[in-house]
Every structure is written in structure tokens, then in C-alpha cells.
Design a binder for this molecule. Structure first.
Ligand SMILES: [Zn+2]
Length: 421
């Protein structure tokens, strides 16, 4: 097994490091899936985000205490995703800091959703490559390092003790004036922290060094593409000189930041416009996803490489988010059951042995998987078909520049091997 070199190179975006940004804001990158920022005041500290696990938070706190012994007065969550809110009890150090978030603070992964929660958790495991060997299998997770600690995952959340309701408001954090700006993006409850004096923008997950994750394959409700693009305009209007994202390295320099935020906004708007146009012309999401490419101007940019989000998934998500699941083709109003379709296909192809031979001989792993699925669906040649599918997933994994796709293939391959054994 050998991972795609571009995905390996992407790990340089989350080296384990502590950085001092303009205005005495400290960044902790690479300790966890997400970054932690610390605003230091005269007598106290404010923390922005808290990582996903007790272990990661403990490592950051130990490093932070090398610099200062001031107490944590406030913890602010940029949004409600679990990888930003689950180390708070560690940073509270037994005290009762104020915990701030946007008033609509809620998550598609925190708490018991009922319904398909179990599926969501299982798909989360696959997307992030839980249980895979590092670094051979799980190179990284697209938005963070592949070797983050996992003890106490999700265990240290403190619910907000105060909420922000004004779309834009000023207040003090650790005794320093900041502006809080509601900016829906990867989630609807994103809150930006803006330090006007030093032009530092702590921006949660509305930007990171990868194509935006407009659809996570773990599953999620529709992420409002238009709102996300509009929030990038809001971020551009602030004209930051330091951009402190929730994942990947901070960016310094007004010009560099403007270029990145503009490209990000334009990429999202491109997906919206191109997908809407295709749908309006009668194309199905499958057809649009199969052919759409970013314009060269955007496709070449390092911060739009599809290591975390993916363009074809974004196309499907936009179509599903705006029109729902039906692709407009009447054939799909009532499809054959998978087992029935597979049996008819296999019969037409000359029987299970012929399909198995084609699956074994094919050089396209996607086609081999699609043939193997039909054999598995009918219970014909299941053992051989399973072996073909496992090998095909491993081959596809090595071709991916997208970390979540790689991890998903490899966890599914490992699962299937365990079941087949
Ligand atoms: Zn995040």
C-alpha cells in the first residue's frame, strides 16, 4: 500500500506546533483534528475552541502552561462540531469559565439525534479512519493530522453558559476588545472572532487549506452553500492581516488572505452556478458530477486541492439540498431492488462465473467493485466477490488525494476482511 504523494504532502498543513500570531494570540496546530487559539489579556486567558478529546486538550494545556499561568476566563466555541467542543473540561481546570457560543448552537453530531445516529457514528469512524494504522494507512484526516490522540474523544464538552444573539457585537475577551460576527458556513452556528486592533480573524471552519467540505461523507444535513459564500464576503470585508482557521496553518498577510478567501468564495459560487445550470438544462446530478471541473484559475490553487472536501460530492449535495433526492429521471421513480437488478444483470451477462471472471480480469477497480456488488447482492460467488471488492477498495484508496475517501475505503476493506475471516 502506498498513499497518493499529494495527500502525504498535505500533512505539512498540520505540523505539531505552537505559534504566536499578531496581537499575542497563540495558535496550537497539529495537536488535534482542530486548532486551539488563546487570547492573552493582562490577567486572564480566553480560549477559542477546545479540540475533540481530553488527551489532545491535556497536551495543549501542558504546552500553554509553559507560557503563562493566567486562568482561563472564557471559552468560546466557533461552532458546534465535536472536534471543537470536546476538551473544554480540561481547559476549565476545575473552575467555571464562561462558555460562549452563537445562540443557535447545535450540532449534527452532538447528542442523540435519534433516527440514523448509529449510522452517522459508524460513517464518522470510516471517514476519519479510526482503527487504521498510522502512517501507512491513515495518512491524515484531510483537515488534521493522522496521529492525533483519541483518549477521551468527545468526553470534555461543557454546554454554553452564555449565548450571543446579535449578528454582530463587541465585547471583551480576557479584557481585550473583540468583535463577534455570526457567519454561517460549514455549520449554521458559526461565530467569527475579530480582533480589530491587530486585524486577527479567528474563523472556525469557514476556511481551511483544502477544497471546502460542502458535503461530509459521514453524512450531514445540507450545508447552505449560499450562506457559506456570503460569509466569505463578510470575512473579506473585515480585511484581516492574520487568518486563524479552525484547521490547517494560520495565514498571514492581507494580500495572501484576500486571495484565499476570494478563491474559496468563488469555488463555492462556481459549484452553485454550475450545478444549478446543469440541473436547469435537464442533466442529472450523476451526469454533472461526472464531468464538472473547477475553472483552471481555481483548480491550480493549493488551498483548493480536494484533500478534505470534493467537488463531485458538493455537486450532489447541492442538488439534494435544493431539489431533494430525485434526480429527475423517471426510471429512478421506482428502481428495481438491488438483488433483483443484480440477478437480471448476471443472467444477461452469462451467469455468475462470467461476471466473476470479468471482475477478476478488469483493470478498473470501480468497475470491479460494481460487478462484485452484484455478485454479493445475489449471494453468488460471495467469497471471491468479497475478495475482489476488498482489493479494489485498497487500490482506490491509494489513488485518492482525498483523505476522507481514502480512510473510508480502507476502514470498509478492513471491516470486510474481519467479517470474511
Ligand atoms: Zn472542524
Amino acid at each position: 500500500m502506498s498513499a497518493h504523494p499529494a495527500l502525504v504532502t498535505h500533512s505539512a498543513q498540520f505540523p505539531k506546533c505552537t505559534l504566536t500570531l499578531a496581537g499575542g494570540v497563540r495558535a496550537f496546530v497539529g495537536y488535534a483534528a482542530s486548532n486551539v487559539y488563546v487570547i492573552e489579556g493582562d490577567d486572564s486567558l480566553a480560549l477559542i475552541d477546545t479540540t475533540e478529546s481530553l488527551a489532545a486538550a491535556e497536551n495543549i494545556l501542558a504546552e500553554l502552561r509553559q507560557f503563562t499561568d493566567k486562568p482561563v476566563e472564557t471559552i468560546l466555541y466557533t461552532h458546534s462540531h465535536r472536534d471543537h467542543i470536546s476538551g473544554a473540561t480540561v481547559f476549565a481546570e476545575g473552575g467555571t469559565p464562561e462558555v460562549l457560543a452563537w445562540h443557535g448552537f447545535a450540532s449534527d453530531i452532538v447528542g442523540d439525534l435519534g433516527g440514523p445516529s448509529k449510522a452517522l457514528l459508524d460513517r464518522t469512524r470510516k471517514q476519519f479512519g479510526f482503527g487504521l494504522d498510522y502512517p501507512e494507512e491513515r495518512v491524515n484526516i484531510g483537515c488534521g493530522p493522522g496521529d492525533r490522540p483519541v483518549r477521551g474523544m468527545g468526553a470534555g464538552h461543557i454546554p454554553p453558559t452564555a449565548v450571543v444573539t446579535a449578528p454582530r457585537s463587541s465585547r471583551k475577551l480576557a479584557g481585550r476588545m473583540v468583535e463577534l460576527v455570526h457567519a454561517p458556513g460549514e455549520t449554521p452556528d458559526h461565530l467569527l472572532v475579530w480582533l480589530p486592533e491587530h486585524r486577527v480573524l479567528i474563523s472556525g471552519d469557514n476556511f481551511y487549506h483544502s477544497f471546502p467540505n460542502l458535503y461530509p461523507i459521514r453524512g450531514s444535513a445540507y450545508r447552505d452553500f449560499d450562506a457559506w459564500a456570503d460569509s466569505l464576503d463578510t470575512m473579506l470585508d473585515l480585511a484581516p492581516e492574520v487568518l486563524a482557521p479552525g484547521h490547517t496553518l494560520p495565514v498571514t498577510g492581507a494580500d495572501a488572505i484576500r486571495e484565499r478567501l476570494t478563491d474559496y468564495r468563488d469555488a463555492i459560487r462556481f459549484v452553485i452556478e454550475a450545478t444549478a445550470q446543469g440541473l436547469n438544462e435537464g442533466q442529472t446530478p450523476d451526469e454533472i458530477a461526472a464531468t464538472l471541473a473547477l475553472p483552471t484559475r481555481l483548480a491550480e490553487k493549493p488551498w483548493l486541492q480536494q484533500h478534505y472536501g470534493r467537488l463531485d460530492w458538493a455537486v450532489r449535495a447541492y442538488a439534494a439540498g435544493t431539489l431533494g433526492w430525485f434526480d429527475g429521471n423517471p426510471t429512478n421513480l421506482g428502481r428495481l431492488a438491488p438483488e433483483d437488478e443484480a440477478a437480471r444483470f448476471i443472467s444477461l451477462a452469462g451467469g455468475a462465473d462470467a461476471v466473476l471472471a470479468a471482475a477478476q480480469a478488469g483493470d478498473d477497480p470501480q468497475w470491479r467493485m460494481e460487478l462484485a456488488d452484484r455478485l454479493i447482492a445475489t449471494g453468488a460467488q460471495t467469497k471471491q466477490a468479497t475478495a475482489i471488492k476488498i482489493a479494489a477498495m485498497r487500490e482506490l484508496a491509494d489513488r485518492q488525494i482525498n483523505a476522507t475517501a481514502r480512510n473510508y475505503y480502507l476502514v470498509c476493506a478492513t471491516d470486510m476482511e474481519a467479517t470474511a475471516a
